[in-house]
Design a protein around this ligand. Structure first.
Ligand code: FAD
Length: 458
C-alpha cells in the first residue's frame, strides 16, 4: 500500500518520490549502473563530487537523494540550533508539550521527525513490502548521507529504526511479527530501539548477562532480566529489540519488548543525559526486571550472535555513507569560511597552502569513501558483499571523517569553539560514530582475522 506525501512537504521533487515508489514496485532491485556517456567537451573538476560518483547512480537513486537532501536541509537543519516547538511524545515525555527547544543544545529529540521521515518513505527504505519503498542499498545509503549531512544524531535515530530494528524484524521475524510491526514502523508511528550493549559488555556482546527464562506461572511467556546501556531511542521507543541469553540453552535470542504491554516496574528506560556528542538524538538504558514477554515476540529461529551482527551489518553500511555526509558538510563549511576569512595582507585563508592541504585531504577522503560505499552497496544487492567489506568501509569512513573533520576544525580558529559554526558539533558526533556499532579497532581485528586467519580478540 502506497502512502501519500504529507501536503506540508509537497513539492515537485517530493511528489516525484511517490511516483518512484510506484515504479519501484514494478521494478527489479536496482543494480544497473548508469555510466555517463562520453562528453565531447573537457570535463570540469567538481570539488563537491571530485571522482564523479554521481555518474554511478541510477536516475531513481539521484531523485531519492535529492528528495532526502531537500527534506534534511529544509526541515532538519533548522531544528538543530534554532528554537522549535517540542511535540508531545518527544523526549519531553517528561516535560510539557509545545515548549521551545533546541535539539543539540538542549539535547532534545523531536519525535515528530520519525513520523515525517515515515511520511516521505525514508524509513526502512531498502526493505521490500510492508509499505517500505524497496530501494537499492545505495539509495538507502544516500538517505543516511543526507540526514548525517545535518547531524549524526538524527541519522542514528533513523538508522536504529530502519536498519537495526526494521531490518532485523524483516530478516528474522515471524510472519505475524512482520505484519504487526513493520508497516507502522515504516510510517514512523511505532518507534524502535535496539538493545545489545550492556554496562559490562560492549565490544564483547557474546558475554552478555541479560537472560530470558520461561515465565514461572504464565505459559507461553518468558521473563527478561538484565540491563542494556547506551541505547539510542530507548527512552521514547515503543518496541525494544532486546538480545538476551535463553536460560534453557545459553544461546542468544532476540525479543521484541512492547512497552505498552510491560507491567509497571518491569521495564525502565532512563535517559543518559549530558552527552558530549549525538546530542540531537536520545540515548538511554533498558532495565528489565522479570519483564514478561510473549514467546510469540521471540524471533523464531535465529540463535547466537548471527542475529544482532546481521542487523549491525546493515546499519554499518548506512553509517559508512552517513559519515561521508557529515564530512562533506564540514568541507563545505570550511571552504566557505576559508574563502571569506582574511588574515595577513588581507588574504583569504584559502590562499594559504596549509589550509588548502586540509581541504584537499578532506575532499579526497570523502570522494574515496563514497566510491567504496557505492561499490559495496552494489555488491550487497548482488549478494556478493561480505561482513569484512562492511567492516572495512565502516572503519575507514568513520576514521577518515573524524580525522578530517578535526583538521578542518582548525581552519575556523577561535570561532570553532562556537556551535554556531557547526564544525565542533560534527567533530563531537563523529567520535561517537567511530565508537558505536563496532569501535574502529574492533573492525581492525575483524579484518586482521580475515587477512591472517588468526583471531586476536581474546
Ligand atoms: C551515543 C551512543 C549510542 C549508542 N547506541 C547503541 C544502541 O542503540 N544499541 C546498542 O546496543 N549499543 C549502542 N551503543 C553502544 C556502543 O555500540 C558501544 O559503546 C560500543 O560497542 C563499544 O562498547 P563499550 O563502550 O563497552 O567499549 P569497550 O568494549 O569497553 O571498549 C573500550 C575500548 O577498548 C577497545 N577494545 C575492547 N576490546 C578490545 C580487544 N579485544 N582488542 C583491542 N581493543 C579492544 C575498544 O576498541 C575501545 O576502544 C551506543 C553508544 C553511544 C555512545
Amino acid at each position: 500500500m502506497l502512502r501519500l506525501i504529507a501536503p506540508r512537504f509537497c513539492s515537485p521533487r517530493l511528489s516525484h518520490i511517490a511516483r518512484l515508489k510506484l515504479r519501484q514496485q514494478h521494478q527489479q532491485p536496482q543494480n544497473a549502473r548508469n555510466y555517463a556517456s562520453p562528453s565531447v567537451s573537457s570535463p570540469a573538476f567538481d570539488w563537491k563530487d571530485p571522482l564523479a560518483s554521481n555518474d554511478l547512480l541510477t536516475e531513481d537513486e539521484i531523485a531519492i537523494a535529492e528528495t532526502a537532501e531537500r527534506y534534511c536541509q529544509e526541515q532538519l537543519l533548522p531544528r538543530v540550533l534554532r528554537k522549535c516547538a517540542a511535540t508531545a511524545g518527544s523526549l519531553s515525555r517528561r516535560g510539557p508539550a509545545n515548549e521551545e527547544t533546541l535539539a543539540y543544545r538542549d539535547e532534545n529529540y523531536d519525535r515528530a521527525i520519525l513520523s515525517e521521515m515515515g511520511e516521505l518513505g525514508l524509513l526502512g527504505a531498502n526493505l521490500q513490502g510492508y509499505g517500505c519503498a524497496g530501494t537499492s542499498t545505495v539509495a538507502a545509503g544516500l538517505i543516511t548521507r543526507a540526514v548525517e549531512r545535518v547531524d549524526s544524531g538524527y541519522r542514528s535515530g533513523m538508522s536504529v529504526q530502519s536498519s537495526l530494528v526494521m531490518g532485523g524484524i524483516h530478516e528474522f521475524g515471524s510472519t505475524e511479527q512482520k505484519e504487526k510491526f513493520l508497516e507502522p514502523m515504516a510510517r514512523g508511528k511505532l518507534l524502535g530501539a535496539f538493545g545489545l550493549t550492556e554496562p559490562n559488555h560492549g565490544s564483547d556482546p557474546g558475554s552478555m548477562e541479560t537472560t530470558a527464562r520461561p515465565h514461572p506461572t504464565k505459559s507461553g511467556y518468558y521473563v527478561l532480566s538484565g540491563a542494556k546501556t547506551w541505547i539510542t531511542n530507548s527512552p521514547i521507543a515503543d518496541v525494544l529489540m532486546v538480545w538476551a541469553k535463553l536460560a534453557e540453552t545459553g544461546k542468544i535470542r532476540g525479543f521484541l519488548v512492547e512497552r505498552a504491554n510491560c507491567p509497571a516496574g518491569t521495564l525502565e528506560t532512563p535517559a543518559l543525559k549530558n552527552k558530549n556528542g549525538l546530542r540531537a538524538s536520545v540515548t538511554g538504558m533498558i532495565q528489565l526486571d522479570n519483564c514478561p514477554v510473549p514467546a510469540a515476540n521471540m524471533f523464531p529461529s535465529v540463535e547466537g550472535l548471527r542475529g544482532p551482527f546481521s542487523c549491525l551489518n546493515s546499519a554499518r553500511y548506512g553509517i559508512s555513507l552517513g559519515v561521508m555526509g557529515a564530512l562533506e558538510d564540514c568541507l563545505s563549511r570550511a571552504r566557505t569560511y576559508a574563502l571569506e576569512r582574511r588574515q595577513f595582507k588581507n588574504n583569504p585563508l584559502a590562499k594559504y597552502q596549509l589550509v588548502q592541504k586540509k581541504l584537499a585531504d578532506a575532499a579526497t577522503d570523502a570522494a574515496y569513501g563514497v566510491l567504496a560505499a557505492i561499490q559495496v552497496g552494489r555488491l550487497k544487492d548482488e549478494g556478493k558483499a561480505t561482513p569484512e567489506m562492511i567492516s572495512m568501509i565502516k572503519r575507514q569512513n568513520c576514521d577518515r571523517a573524524l580525522h578530517n573533520a578535526r583538521m578542518l576544525q582548525e581552519i575556523f580558529g577561535g570561532n570553532a569553539a562556537s556551535d554556531e559554526y557547526h564544525i565542533g558539533r560534527h567533530v563531537a558526533n563523529l567520535f561517537v560514530t567511530q565508537t558505536y556499532e563496532g569501535q574502529s579497532d574492533i573492525h581492525s581485528l575483524i579484518l586482521g582475522r580475515a587477512i591472517t586467519g588468526i583471531q586476536a580478540f581474546a
